[in-house]
Write a protein of this length. Structure first.
Lengths: 344, 809
């Protein structure tokens, strides 16, 4: 079979050259027609196969098939490249300033006290505590009487109270929920009660409304050590580090013995005599607590001969102020979002 | 309680190496917080006693004198304007270089050609203005020796602890009590007794006739009277006056100072009567009658009840027992015969009266915290001794007394088991020693259980836990091991209310809202401000009986007021950007708005939000001004995330925009509103475009679960339809009509969704009309819908709608 009749190598070389010079889809189409069109070089070759002797036809046919596959593949590849180049140009032409402000650029912000409340709730849930909530308008009985604070008791002076005309009051602490919960769930018991409390007090360090979280654990043979461990665990988890802390003996009518908890100053750790947070003492008072007074357990209709427990109350506003470095209590409740948006 | 360390030495001897700072820390950790250590004379230096050797007129200045002073080691010249001095007087002298308590350093000054070296001091310059006439110099007792340092004289150099005493420890409101406490805390300390506490013989019959004391009210445990005759009313000794000032009281006159001094030293409130002003020579302590009145010595008329106790004489009230004396029977300048009252009253009774009348006198403060009933006798005798020493009185008369039953302390047991459970400490012998230190006597027992007798001054010790606390506060709480509780009693649960609150805040914060907390109070005029109707339940809040101010006079009935205040405060702080805020919290409602309903109220949880474009609403995104539909989308998304399908129906609130207010209906119940603020209210805030919502969130506590419906596997077909409607026909109504039209033909089964994609009015649309364009998706659960099938259904729908009066475009 003479080579001039079936010049495969020539067609192939011709195709490669044509393809290399095709830069647009139109040029690529011309190449396609020139080789694979009705009168294309490859088509003509395939047609001339019939003229070959049968013994040659098979071998040449295989070669031509390979050539056809190669041409088609090359054409597809070339098309992809051209598309990519054209797209690239389109994309560059439609470039934007990616640094512009986003649409709907509203920055949501949490309230530090609410954030603190939810964080501590989650920590305490991890320690097995459930949330119990009580009314903010309370009866004298739950707020005072059953917490071992009768009407005449001077301990009432510790909590200046808002009263309502019907003799009810705004709860002065979250402690009333202790008795509510004991009555509802009995022993053993592990609850926390976060919420608003109210005292008739308004100056730079006292707000008539503030937030507390009460904790109560009732079980058999409860030790102060468990209270101590619980407080340490909670504070470390909340502040995200191991803080120094100390307990001072104190007095609350509804706990016996009673203590207060100071933590190491989160601002200066006691290294700054002029620290505005701790006034140079190095310590911050954050919670009051103690072993639940047997009279209170009795008020909860639980037998104090069998069960005892502990209760604690943390000031959530204070905790929030410490964690987020807020120095003015009045910023918390005036709703000014420039404060909330200042970032914590 | 101000504790003078100088006077404390009369009652206890501490180891010398214990500094005031050590003592303060020990007291603080054991329950009596020392707020501060006051050193009134810390800066004082160089001031000494000096004798006036001569006084001459100033050569040129008429109102000045030139004084020559002798300090024992030198002679000095001082110019003074004081007139109350004479040759030979002893005064305090601060020569040049001395420093006064306020830090002022003295120098040499010239007055009309005479050099004055430093100055002679008045009481005021020693920060003791209360002890003397501030216009003259302080004249010292003649026993003063020239050259003695002021710091070492008359307790001027005293150090004072300001101790905060908890309400259960009335016994610590005296130096005697503090000494006993400190003895407990420092076992090596030794208790002492001051000279004036030693018993004297008082056995003579009263020189003045006095009939009787009767105490029919058993709230009076004991009532004792002592007699001091021939007393001279004058100023108290200098040291005593300084002591009183250091312990927070103003010296008045010797007889009154004696009663105050004894109260500060021993804790027993006393009262001094002028015998001759008593209406009759008789005392009765009885319950007041309801409606009885009395003029107290602060000049106020007091209305009494039968819970109050009165001291009467001849049927006339002379004092409210344990609370405050009357105006008529007090000591006056001419008093010669003093009757000293020392009594013991029920803390409950005094507590009630003092709280009800709002009188927190020193006496009431102590009696309501309990005063050792055993003290009244001792204190009366001690007061007599000081009446003798300070007033020159005769005091040999036997006191008169009347007593009711006084409750004796009862034994309290301590078990090793409870002690070790509570404090992880079980050394019973050590425990007994600690208790003994605090005056709590061991009675009997063994290593597992002991009985103790609290002293009369510790009525706070009643139960085993009280004893455990004594041991705990002695040992301190910081060395206890840290433990965690064991097995859980039940699954720990945040609860639906707080979980929902958490969900709401997470959702809204991620949609760009800031979480705010505002006061739960409302001001007096909030309902006018919110334009609320009188009969709106929100106009009748629960009032506070004793509010602090008119701005916080009642409990909130809506969160809207707080949101608007927040917006106001935000704008006031200079914020110009867009605002998105929300608040969650309780509102407070009376049941069914019944103003008289007793003892019940509602505290539903509410959520309210507000958006505003900002006072500077220029933006690179010109079409991004927030409006009604932005706040609606946030609220709608929030509700849908809990599984509910909110409906929005045109509604009305007095404080919202008449044309842009929707009620939110969930499962047929109205849960709140979303609206633009009323223009009048926007104008008041000087802003434009404020959108708000408020909902009751009770229904969101439960997540609504919907049965699982698998998605159809067959392809959908869509058809668009454009409908001309009058302006006030809202889109929900049209959608409802499309749905019913399809349902009437039984084609609702293949209705997949209806979506409004265009609202148009203007060119080509008749006045007061809108064109609404919907795309309707049809999809069967059973088969692939053929095009001609869908065409037929859609054509039928068009006809149905035309039949219902719509114009299909
Ligand atoms: Zn600090």
């Amino acid at each position: 079979m003479p080579d001039d009749l079936i010049n495969i190598a020539g067609v192939k070389e011709d195709f490669k050259n044509s393809l290399a010079s095709a830069k647009t889809f139109n040029e690529l189409d011309e190449v396609r027609v020139k080789f694979t069109g009705k009168k294309g070089a490859l088509t003509l070759l395939l047609r001339s196969l019939g003229k070959l002797a049968p013994e040659e036809r098979k071998e040449t046919g295989q070669k031509l098939n390979l050539l056809r596959d190669e041409i088609e593949h090359d054409l597809t590849t070339a098309a992809t490249k051209i598309r990519a180049a054209e797209n690239e140009k389109l994309e560059l032409d439609s470039r934007i300033d990616v640094t512009l402000t986003p649409k709907n650029d509203f920055n949501g912000a949490f309230h530090p006290v609410m954030q603190t409340m939810h964080e501590i709730m989650n920590i305490m849930q991890g320690l097995g505590y459930s949330v119990a909530l009580g009314p903010e308008i309370e009866e004298d009985f739950y707020n005072f009487e059953c917490l071992n604070i009768p009407k005449w008791h001077p301990a009432r002076d510790m909590q200046d109270t808002f009263y309502l005309p019907d003799g009810k009051l705004l709860r002065t602490h979250t402690s009333p929920v202790q008795v509510h919960s004991m009555l509802e769930f009995g022993a053993p018991l592990r609850i926390i009660c976060p919420g608003k409390v109210f005292r008739r007090d308004n100056d730079t360090t006292h707000s008539p409304m503030f937030n507390q979280m009460e904790g109560l654990l009732i079980d058999r043979d409860v030790s102060f050590s468990v209270l101590k461990g619980t407080m340490a665990e909670m504070l470390n988890a909340f502040f995200g580090r191991s803080l120094k802390y100390r307990f001072r003996a104190s007095y609350f009518p509804f706990t016996e013995p009673s203590m207060e908890l100071d933590i190491e100053c989160v601002k200066c750790s006691g290294h700054d005599e002029n620290c505005r947070v701790c006034h140079g003492t190095g310590w911050l008072e954050v919670a009051g607590m103690g072993m639940v007074h047997p009279e209170v357990i009795k008020a909860g209709k639980i037998d104090p001969e069998i069960y005892n427990g502990f209760a604690f109350g943390i000031g959530l506003d204070r905790m929030a102020m410490l964690k987020y470095g807020i120095n003015d209590l009045r910023l918390l409740f005036n709703g000014d979002i420039s404060f909330l948006q200042s970032g914590f | 309680m101000y504790v003078s360390l100088e006077l404390l030495k009369n009652f206890i001897e501490l180891e010398p190496e214990i500094t005031p700072e050590d003592l303060a820390e020990r007291l603080t950790f054991s329950g009596s917080e020392v707020e501060s250590i006051i050193k009134p004379a810390e800066k004082l230096s160089g001031v000494v006693a000096a004798r006036i050797d001569s006084i001459e007129k100033h050569p040129t200045e008429n109102n000045l004198s030139v004084v020559n002073l002798n300090t024992g080691t030198g002679e000095y010249t001082c110019v003074t304007a004081a007139k109350n001095i004479k040759k030979g007087d002893m005064i305090f002298y601060a020569r040049a270089g001395s420093i006064l308590p306020n830090g002022q350093e003295l120098g040499i000054k010239e007055f009309g050609g005479v050099q004055s070296n430093g100055m002679m001091l008045s009481a005021a310059e020693l920060n003791l203005a209360d002890i003397d006439d501030p216009t003259g110099l302080l004249i010292l007792p003649s026993s003063a020796r020239p050259g003695d340092d002021a710091k070492n004289l008359y307790h001027i150099g005293d150090i004072i602890l300001d101790v905060s005493i908890t309400p259960n420890r009335g016994d610590l409101l005296s130096l005697l009590g503090m000494a006993r406490e400190i003895k407990g805390l420092y076992p090596k300390a030794v208790l002492k007794m001051p000279e004036w506490l030693r018993p004297v013989k008082q056995d003579r019959e009263w020189s003045e006739k006095f009939n009787s004391i009767s105490i029919p009210d058993n709230g009076c445990y004991a009532y004792r009277l002592g007699l001091a005759t021939n007393a001279v009313m004058k100023s108290s000794p200098l040291t005593a006056k300084i002591d009183l000032v250091h312990m927070g009281m103003r010296p008045i006159v010797n007889a009154v100072d004696v009663t105050n001094y004894i109260m500060l030293m021993l804790g027993q409130p006393l009262h001094a009567f002028d015998l001759n002003t008593l209406p009759e020579r008789e005392i009765t302590v009885r319950a007041a009658h309801d409606g009885e009145t009395m003029l107290t010595l602060d000049g106020k008329e007091r209305l009494l009840t039968q819970k109050d106790m009165l001291i009467t004489s001849g049927g006339q009230a002379v004092a409210i027992a344990g609370v405050m004396g009357g105006e008529l029977t007090g000591i006056n300048d001419d008093t010669k015969t003093i009757v000293i009252e020392s009594a013991s009253f029920s803390p409950v009774r005094v507590g009630h009266t003092s709280r009800r009348l709002g009188i927190n006198s020193e006496a009431a403060f102590r009696f309501s915290r309990t005063v050792d009933p055993a003290l009244s006798k001792t204190a009366l005798m001690a007061a007599s001794v000081l009446m003798r020493d300070w007033c020159g009185a005769e005091i040999n008369y036997r006191p008169m007394s009347a007593e009711n039953n006084i409750a004796e302390p009862e034994p309290v047991k301590l078990t090793r088991k409870k002690l070790s459970v509570y404090l992880s400490f079980d050394n019973m012998n050590a425990a007994a020693k600690i208790l003994e230190g605090f005056g709590i006597k061991y009675l009997s027992g063994n290593n597992d259980e002991m009985r103790f007798m609290p002293p009369t001054w510790r009525p706070d010790i009643k139960i085993e836990e009280d004893l455990i606390e004594e041991i705990g506060r002695f040992n301190g709480y910081n060395d206890a091991p840290n433990k965690l509780p064991g097995e859980l009693p039940r699954r720990a649960d945040i609860g639906a209310e707080m979980s929902c609150a958490g969900f709401i805040r997470n959702t809204l914060i991620s949609r760009g809202y800031s979480e705010i907390v505002t006061y739960s109070f409302l001001p007096e005029d909030f309902s006018e401000k919110l334009l609320l109707d009188k009969n709106d339940i929100r106009s009748n809040p629960i009032m506070i009986a004793n509010p602090i101010s008119r701005d916080q006079i009642s409990m909130r009935t809506t969160l809207v007021y707080g949101l608007l205040s927040a917006l106001k405060n935000t704008l006031a702080s200079g914020w110009r950007e867009p605002v998105r805020i929300f608040e969650q919290g309780r509102i407070f409602l009376k049941p069914d708005n019944d103003l008289s309903a007793p003892n019940s109220h509602f505290e539903p949880n509410h959520l309210a939000g507000l958006i505003f474009n900002g006072t500077d609403n220029r933006s690179i995104w010109n079409d991004r001004a927030q409006d009604f539909y932005d706040i609606k989308s946030d609220l709608s998304a929030l509700i849908k995330l809990r599984g509910y399908n909110p409906e929005f129906k045109a509604g009305h609130e007095n404080f919202t925009h008449s044309g842009q207010t929707a009620f939110i209906i969930v499962d047929g119940v109205k849960v709140g509103f979303v609206a633009r603020l009323k223009l009048a209210l926007e104008q008041e805030l000087n802003v434009e475009g404020v959108y708000i919502f408020e909902i009751d969130t009770e229904f969101l506590k439960d997540i609504k679960k919907r049965p699982f419906a698998p998605v159809s596997q067959f392809p959908a077909s869509t058809r668009d339809i454009s409908i001309l409607v009058e302006r006030d026909k809202n889109s929900e109504q049209v959608i409802d009509d499309i749905k019913t039209s399809l349902a009437e033909d039984g084609n609702n089964k293949i209705l997949d969704s209806i979506r409004l994609f265009d609202v148009y009015s203007g060119k080509g649309i008749p006045e007061n009309s809108r064109s609404l364009a919907f795309t309707i998706t049809y999809r069967s659960r059973e088969s692939t819908l053929k095009d001609n099938e869908v065409d037929l259904i859609h054509m039928a729908l068009r006809e149905k709608l035309k039949f219902k009066g719509y114009t299909i475009r």
